[in-house]
Design a protein around this ligand. Structure first.
Ligand code: M6R
Length: 617
């Protein structure tokens, strides 16, 4: 939820921290702050409510003296509103200690009462300041040993946290700890970094270490030491970041979202790349793991938001190709309803960030209940894949805009590869059937590109005309249904207007009452060649809403003339098999939501109240 960065090395830290924060701003953007141990050994701190730009302008107008050790934070408020006082860092130990935090300390009020009773005072409403004051107290107890003090503090904390701290008495040292919240180390030459996400330091180094659960890390310019919460040294897993800083830059695009929508063809192509051999699916990460799929009797897909809609699309492919019953569940619902699962269940989690707390907790729950777990994730070194028995990474590249777009098509692609793999392992598919579907999948990137090339400016134009629209409905059937849900979610989160997605067959059971003259309705129409029966049904649904005055915008296959008499607008997608249509039909909906939000003058990268990585339950 919040973004965290720490630096130690020979360079001035402020520009490094601010650049890192700007790459982490997607994680939260209601306040930001930095603290630096300056050349004279003093600790300076500046924090401001509002976006990072406000902090940056403040630092330009009233410079803070710089130094080579620093920490920075960008916040998504949980405890206490987005004010200067509640922004991080929080100071303690007579302002010699600075602390930043991501997560929620669940027992903070109990700890606060204990500290207040001892005479400590507080300047904010945050749970973080409680951790800072506690750390200050334990630092003295530990005779000025910051790592030891951390160990004492984490033993008292309940909940999820990544904490970073530095103390004026120890220039050149930043200490961090994590539980259920992300933290990665960037290894430089004579300098080291800590951050919530590799994006914060990838312009300086692509060598990284993933820190495990319940571990403490101390970085100095010379090295890195990782221990567990009991003080035992632990081996950390090194990895090379697979993309460079340019991939996380906006480039010449007007927004990250515009750039990321344009990258949807690559997201599919890169997720397939290296996983097809001689026409057959061969996923290197699953080598030797056939046992994971051989005896399962069911699959449960868990995810949240857009990732859950990718899961619903995946369900159709998993059931059709692997012939295993599949349920798709919102992770937060799954976790708390005592689900019936066991060793015969494969739980597939989907998460772009790999840090969504609801999904992480559901994965842990599934593991503890004896289920097999597989993670589909876009972020190397993230927590969810580390907690799973197997991983299939999506290779969408860094997704910065809060609204998920290219990760969505990459998630569907990974699910399709997995479905084909399981289908073959379980003999539910012949080699030939699998090869046909692989060919279809390989053709998708070029088809998405056609949609972008042919339809983008037209969709942006009518999104502009619809800027005053107050409500939009989305209808789909079969795999078109989750695409309708995704279209509605994108519009809600970006344009702040009422939007709902329905299964088209459900319309007559209630939602049709919403239709009044002029009501815009997007309808995703299945192929008349591939799904003639469904196509007829959807065309009937279109007639029903049209008869009641709806303004109908259809997304239909090239050459489908049956929709023409009933549609106000027709957006065309290239011919594709039924299971491959969602990868094409979603593209106009992403463009539409972005176009309408842009027409309303809204920030499409950082919509209000949201954060990209939801690391609280
Ligand atoms: O990082 P994750 O894929 O686990 O995130 C899940 C959802 O929070 C995410 O898809 C959210 O719904 C997006 N803002 C949708 O655009």
């Amino acid at each position: 939820m919040c973004g965290i960065v720490g630096y130690v090395g020979p360079r001035q830290s402020q520009p490094i921290l601010l650049a890192g924060l700007s790459r982490l701003e997607y994680r939260g953007y209601d306040s930001a702050g930095i603290a630096v141990i300056d050349g004279g050994g003093d600790l300076g701190m500046r924090k401001r409510a509002g976006k990072l730009k406000i902090l940056r302008d403040d630092l330009t107008a009233h410079p803070l003296s710089d130094g080579t050790t620093g920490i920075g934070h960008t916040r998504w408020a949980t405890h206490g509103g987005p004010t200067d006082a509640n922004a991080h860092p929080h100071l303690a130990d007579d302002d010699k200690l600075a602390v930043i935090h991501n997560g929620i300390i669940e027992n903070f009020s109990e700890l606060k009462s204990e500290l207040v009773a001892e005479g400590y005072t507080f300047r904010s409403e945050t749970d973080t300041e409680v951790a800072a004051v506690l750390l200050g107290r334990e630092y003295r107890e530990a005779g000025g040993n910051l790592v030891e003090a951390f160990r004492m503090v984490v033993a008292r904390l309940e909940g999820a946290f990544t904490l970073l701290a530095m103390h004026r008495d120890h220039p050149g040292l930043v200490v961090g700890a994590r539980r259920n919240s992300p933290l990665v180390i960037g290894l430089g030459d004579g300098e080291n970094f800590l951050a919530s996400d590799v994006a914060a330091f990838v312009e300086h180094t692509r060598r990284a270490l993933a820190i495990g659960q319940d571990e403490i890390v101390a970085i100095t310019p010379e090295g890195v030491e990782v221990t567990d919460f009991s003080g035992d040294e632990v081996d950390v897993e090194p990895f090379e970041v697979m993309w460079d800083a340019a991939a996380a830059d906006k480039g010449g695009w007007s927004s990250f979202m515009a750039k990321e929508v344009s990258e949807e063809p690559d997201a599919v192509a890169n997720t397939v790349r290296g996983r097809v051999k001689d026409g057959a699916v061969a996923i290197p990460e699953l080598d030797g793991l056939d046992g994971l799929f051989a005896d399962i009797t069911r699959i449960i897909v868990i995810a949240c938001g857009t990732a859950a809609y990718a899961g619903v699309v995946g369900k159709y492919a998993l059931e059709q190709w692997a012939r295993v019953p599949v349920d798709v569940e919102l992770a937060h619902e799954f976790r708390y309803r005592d689900p019936v699962i066991g060793p015969d269940t494969l739980v597939v989690s989907i998460s772009q960030s790999g840090e969504t707390m609801d999904t992480l907790m559901a994965v842990k729950y599934a593991r503890e209940a004896g289920a097999k777990t597989l993670s589909i994730c876009n972020t190397q070194g993230a927590t969810i894949p580390r907690e799973s028995d197997a991983i299939v990474y999506t290779h969408a590249g860094p997704e910065v805009a809060v609204a998920s777009t290219k990760a969505f098509v990459a998630q569907i692609t990974a699910l399709y590869l997995l479905a084909l793999h399981i289908g073959r392992v379980r003999d539910a598919l012949t080699a030939e059937q699998a090869a046909d579907n692989v060919r279809e999948l390989e053709a998708v990137p070029a088809k998405i590109q056609q949609v972008l090339d042919r339809e983008q400016s037209r969709i942006e134009q009518f999104a502009h005309w619809m800027a005053d629209t107050r409500s939009v409905l989305f209808l789909g059937r079969h795999v078109g249904y989750p695409i309708a849900l995704e279209g509605a979610l994108k519009l809600k989160e970006l344009a702040y207007i009422h939007a709902e997605g329905f299964a088209a067959g459900e319309l007559k059971h209630g939602p049709i009452a919403l239709i009044e003259p002029g009501q815009p309705v997007f309808v995703i129409v299945p192929s008349p060649r591939e799904s003639a029966e469904l196509h007829k049904k959807v065309v009937s649904n279109i007639q029903e809403i049209r008869a009641r005055g709806a303004r109908v915008i259809v997304i239909a296959e090239e050459g489908d003339a049956a929709v023409l008499p009933f549609a106000d607008e027709v957006l065309r997608i290239p011919l594709a098999g039924p299971l491959f249509e969602p990868l094409l039909a979603v593209v106009p909906l992403h463009i539409f939501a972005m176009g309408l939000a842009t027409a309303k003058g809204l920030d499409v990268d950082q919509p209000r109240n949201l954060a990209k990585s939801v690391t609280v339950e």
